[in-house]
Design a protein around this ligand. Structure first.
Ligand code: MV4
Length: 498
């Protein structure tokens, strides 16, 4: 096992990885920016090094500086977490060249999966179902129009270098095709420096279902349960659950085996996620995320497997300690991403000081967070305060526990999306497990959020009032004010959360 590992990330995920290190008796090295001087994660680490100014381009994305710190501190491996450098093939390559283990897949694999056209082509060759379409870059409009006709409208134009929802557009008819093509090419050029696009059939009202996989360096690859991630807004996931309520055991096995086939065909090693679109009993490969994901915790809750720990073990050449048939899903888990953002103001970020804080606990509750009472959420990164996960023997129990945990959660000083989660959990379609990627709009969740906020104002903040010596009235007023007043300080570049 490693003696020392550097964590090239911040916030809750830095702590999550350091927890795995601590349990394996691995020393930890944190790196932090100006804005994170008072964050929890550098204090949790055995050693912490300042690496630069607050903007991530000058700190968490500074590859050479991070590698220099790794060498200086004697770290043998670098764990990149999610976001930042986690899916950067250049960084993985630089680590290797510096004699440091990048804790993740190889640079070559990351690069291959970065090109969506290449990924599509590889999956077709491997026999993994993909959305009907072409694994070919569009070269001229006339040729593309013929392709679109043969696929049948609506079609989707996607940037090959895209992913996570940037650089794609639905086209409903021939008349809109050319202008959409030109606009996506230009978005792709400016966002990724690569104007290459391709087309697929547009799958309407799909569900987003992904499979966690683990692959060691001895040729063992397993799928470790699926996650349903349909509750998202503008490609930011807000709530996830494991397992997906829609999959039968037979379909789960079939999709899981497809995910393993996908991983094996590209020589994948370490933890990864194979994303699928699901619609009416059919599933289609979308992309491979070559990192540990935000929502990995719910998979840990239903399988008992510590994914971060397995990443470290795999990176040291250890064999997976279980086979496919040993992996069992027990019960159900849900994750709510608790963000400092205002769902009633277009989910605008609400950075600032957390003046009162008490997190929930009790049976079946897991919290991953990097904040504390008095902490100031900086405006430079994502706005996630905590990941609140619950486990239950059944989906119903997990839902009821989540509602109970959200009731217990006290966060005063910044506006949070807790009312959003309460509104979703009380929605009948959600309770039925009837989800699509358009869930928030289709079920007028924002209207329900308004009602939740109104109710809470009336109820008062009894739990908040026991924190600190301010009166119950003051706490209620603070909360009410922060829920309604919108600070203008709300531009942050949300670079971290994927
Ligand atoms: C699609 C699609 C429908 N049809 N592709 C969004 C993220 C990127 N990885 C691909 N995405 C989609 N691709 C075809 N052919 C719908 C989406 C999509 C989506 C996918 C997963 C989760 C949320 C989504 C929200 C809107 C669109």
């Amino acid at each position: 096992m490693f003696k020392k590992v550097l964590i090239a990330n911040r916030g809750e995920i830095a702590i999550r990885i350091m927890r795995a290190c601590r349990e394996l008796d691995v020393s930890t090295v944190a790196v932090y920016s100006d804005a994170d001087k008072n964050a929890l994660f550098p204090k949790y680490a055995d050693e912490a090094y300042h690496i630069g100014p607050s903007p991530s381009s000058q700190s968490y994305l500074n590859m050479d500086k991070i590698i220099e710190v790794a060498k200086e501190s004697g770290a043998e491996g670098i764990h990149p977490g999610y976001g930042f450098l986690s899916e950067n093939p250049v960084f993985a390559k630089k680590c290797k060249a510096a004699g440091i283990v990048f804790i993740g897949p190889s640079s070559e694999v990351i690069e291959k999966m970065g090109s969506k056209i290449a990924a599509r082509k590889l999956m077709i060759e491997a026999g993994v179902p993909v959305v009907p379409g072409y694994d070919k870059a569009i070269e001229d409009v006339d040729e593309a129009l013929v392709m679109a006709d043969s696929i049948g409208y609506p079609v989707m134009i996607k940037a090959s270098a895209g992913g996570g929802g940037i650089g794609m557009k639905v086209v409903y008819s021939k008349d809109d095709f050319k202008s959409s093509l030109v606009s996506i090419q230009s978005v792709a050029q400016s966002a990724f420096g690569d104007p290459t696009v391709f087309i697929e059939k547009y799958v309407e009202e799909p569900r987003h279902i992904e499979f966690q996989i683990l692959a060691d360096s001895h040729g063992n690859t397993v799928y470790v349960s699926d996650r349903e991630c349909s509750i998202q807004r503008r490609h930011q996931k807000l709530m996830e659950e494991a397992p997906s309520p829609v999959l039968s055991p037979e379909l789960r096995k079939k999709m899981g085996e497809a995910a393993v086939k996908a991983a094996k065909s590209i020589g994948y090693e370490n933890a990864g996620t194979v994303e699928f679109l699901y619609s009416k009993g059919d599933f289609y490969f979308l992309e491979v995320n070559t990192r540990l994901q935000v929502e990995h915790c719910i998979t840990e809750l239903v399988t008992g497997i510590d994914l971060a720990k397995q990443q470290l073990l795999i990176a040291c050449g250890k064999e997976l300690p279980f086979k496919q048939e040993d992996i069992k899903i027990t019960g159900h888990a849900i994750e709510c991403r608790i963000n400092a953002e205002d769902p009633l103001n277009d989910f605008a970020p609400s950075p600032g000081k957390i003046t009162r804080y008490r997190s929930p606990g009790g049976p079946g509750v897991r919290i991953d967070s990097g904040v504390y009472m008095g902490y100031v959420i900086p405006p430079f990164y994502d706005s996630m305060i905590a990941k609140l996960c619950t486990w239950g023997e059944t989906r119903e129990e997990a839902i009821n526990r989540m509602k109970r945990a959200l009731y217990e959660f006290v966060i005063i000083g910044v506006t949070t999306n807790i009312p959003f989660h309460k509104a979703v959990l009380s929605n009948e379609a959600f309770v039925r497990g009837d989800l699509t990627t358009h869930f928030i709009e289709d079920h007028n969740i924002l209207d329900a959020v308004k009602e939740v906020v109104e109710q809470e104002k009336e109820k008062g903040f009894t739990l908040a009032s026991v924190l600190g010596n301010n009166s119950r009235k003051t706490a209620a007023a603070t909360a009410a004010v922060s829920a309604y007043v919108n600070a203008a300080k709300q531009q942050s570049n949300c670079q971290q959360t994927k």
